[in-house]
Design a protein around this ligand. Sequence first.
Ligand code: 1QQ
Length: 375
Amino acid sequence: QFTALSSLLVLSACGGNQAAGDEEGKSSGGAVKADIGVISYISGPGAAYGEAITNGLKLAQEEINGKGEVEINLVIEDSAGKQDQALTAAQKLMNSENVTGIIGPTLSTEMNVVGPEADLNGVPIMGTSTTAEGIPQIGDYVFRNSLPEALAIPAAIDKAIEKYDAKKVAILYGNDDVFTKSGFDTMKKAAEEKGLEILTTETFQKGQSDYNAQLTKIKGLKPDLILASALYNEGAVIMDQARKMGIDVPFVGGNGFNSPEVINIAGDAANGLIVATPWYGEKEDDKVKEFVSKYEKEYGKKPDQFAAQAYDALYIMAEALTNAGEADRDALRDALAEIKGFNGILGEFSFDEEGDVVMDPTVLVIEGGAFKEFN
Ligand code: 1QQ
């Protein structure tokens, strides 16, 4: 078990210290200097999400600090995917007066408790992977740059209907997590709106290892598609057990399934998974190519959606800090709210009036053990 203290890592690509500037919050060269707190899921069953996120952030940090306009010091805390640990981490970061803003936490479940505290304390906070309904609506200081399920899931379902002429679906979701529940609400609403027949709705809990009862029922009802709202760990096991039982229909998943870990865990059983994402690493775009090659060189693997969203998020923070002109929490909040037409590796990005995201998803399918564009 990590303690909050032992998981505190202070990273500074420039090795700068707070006292080096000639004015508080500015370096001697006039750059805005700020500590950005990070709350990330870097230990436990969903640690691959946090690993990708912190990798993306560190890569962006190196580049941003190299340009000299802003100097960002990342103060990274592990939440282990738990609400209480995320809250402890947030309190520690908020109590440090050098922390101007926070990136994270990873899960919507965590943001649901951390977001209101940050808002109350006037600390701007931005989720890079929180996709449940209602996150930016928590308050004026709460933002996200992740594609909400409300945009992702309907796009994936549309594609599946078009490809497979699907008419009947079964739904399976985790009923003890804010994101998996929200994903279920979106799936149900989208299925109803698109005239799909919902044959059954089955539930599971975090850490469950046996899905035999739910899958046996689903198999007997012969759906054309299975809509599954899960984090990668449970999602991959569900697909593996389904394929072993002879269920070979496609799955449609939400953001939780957008991790290469699904393929690492489930192997060939992951084939036939359809997801929508704002990130596609094979895009013919110079910025995307440069990011992918740098990331691969640094970390020895391809970046996933979580790495890409985090990378863009730090650039958005940097742009807001530059526009704010000082390392001040209120000024950063106002500058974040003003971000419009930001051009990152996820394409053009703006916040709407509520701090939510306006973006177009790409639909992917896993075929032959890899995510491919689903055309
Ligand atoms: C959320 C998510 C998860 C998949 C993040 C890892 O989207 O909790 O909102």
